[in-house]
Design a protein around this ligand. Sequence first.
Ligand code: SAM
Length: 258
Amino acid sequence: MTKAFALEAELYDVMPGRRAQTDVAFYRDLVERHGGPMLELACGTGRVSIPCAKAAGEVVGVDLAPAMLAQARSRAEAEGVADVASFVEGDMCTVRLDRTFPLVTMGGQPLFFLPTDEALKAALETVRVHLAPGGRWATGVPVLHWEDLAAQQDRLLFVAEVRHPRTGQRVAVWDYTSVTEVTQVATRRRITEILDEDGLVLERRHSMQTLHYRHPAELQRLIRDAGFVFEEIHGSYQGAPFGPKARQMVWVARAADN
Ligand SMILES: C[S@@+](CC[C@H](N)C(=O)[O-])C[C@H]1O[C@@H](n2cnc3c(N)ncnc32)[C@H](O)[C@@H]1O
């Protein structure tokens, strides 16, 4: 794990807007409707799984990044759910836990971290093999609208200044994003600066993240071909109808043969 990624993991939960995100309520509502235990693939810091843990009875989070898992474990401890929340290092394309769950979730668009259709199909197979009979898979992705991204294209934009949650230092965060419309690939260079109280940069880190968007029709086809049926498709986590102007595609699906 690089130091740059460890810093991003420590800052993940304090970035502006993180706590206000509406997807947590969507996933918690699903747990209340359908019950747990819940498996969260690409769980990160437990932003979604930890608030669902009590209602689910048990949550298991899987993530590739040890630094994110370390945050998740200490957050579960701090929020008093460590007895019902466990976190496992693994790749959502290959992990096999040898058990099934009534609910499998993926908060925060992790499907778009997968660079190829082969990787995406492997992740869908991971979901399928972990679904209990009648179990549901729920997740969402952003829908790429060029006009939304054009304002950020090839520009260095200030994101926020936050306090480092462990050291209390000032931290300034900047993003430089480039999107290639025809390939649907977005590359984000995140520049994270640790400042002293006078604003002098003590440390500057650059980290790269690539998102591989898929058009909703393309993604729906891949999901159906992988043996899922859609129970619900929404245009937002609050249940707006899905249509051409939707900024999100959010769904609940079941395995067709299960
Ligand atoms: C944007 S974060 C989302 C984290 C969390 N689900 C949330 O909603 O806050 C994406 C996470 O996906 C993880 N990730 C990316 N590719 C992965 C893979 N192939 N298998 C497991 N985790 C993966 C990253 O380590 C990161 O923690």
